[in-house]
Design a protein. Sequence first.
Length: 191
Amino acid sequence: MIGRLSGRLVLVELPDVVIDVGGVGYELEVGSGFVSAAAVGDQVVAFVRTVVRPDALVLYGFASSQERQLFDSLLKIQGVGPALALNAISALGADGVWRAVADEDLARLRSISGVGDKTARRIVIELAVAARGFAGSRGGIAALSPQRDELRSALAALGFRPAEIEGVVPRMPEELDLSDAVRWALKELRR
């Protein structure tokens, strides 16, 4: 597998670029952010993920290893393929996606072309653990509360629908432990 390419940018026809590495031109699909700081002829570094499909072998290029890690994490979510994952990174950037997940900002995620309500919820729920690690290691993004995940599970076990759960969980005060959070959520759901 190819993990990283370093060479001269010789062609930009988004979403495709060609990077010349020692006389070999590698075609990659990239997001708009990849070429925003580079022009044809510039030396570039691309962090690469290879995706094998029955009809093609596609190289996806990213400006950072964090973008590539996010791409990998997004691909694990049901209903998110490479094109949608690349759209998300292009639209919000890696930091923007992680912030939206950390803030449980479904509206921001729905602003990504191809992301509806169901997919936005999946992204928030399934990237929550990864977002905690991202926030803790990089700072600047408030870490997700582990109680929010536990509160979601508790409310689901009590029979509440996902829409009801998502209506209260993002507003949960951070300082509550799980039992207090459940009491608070039940009070909020009765309103």
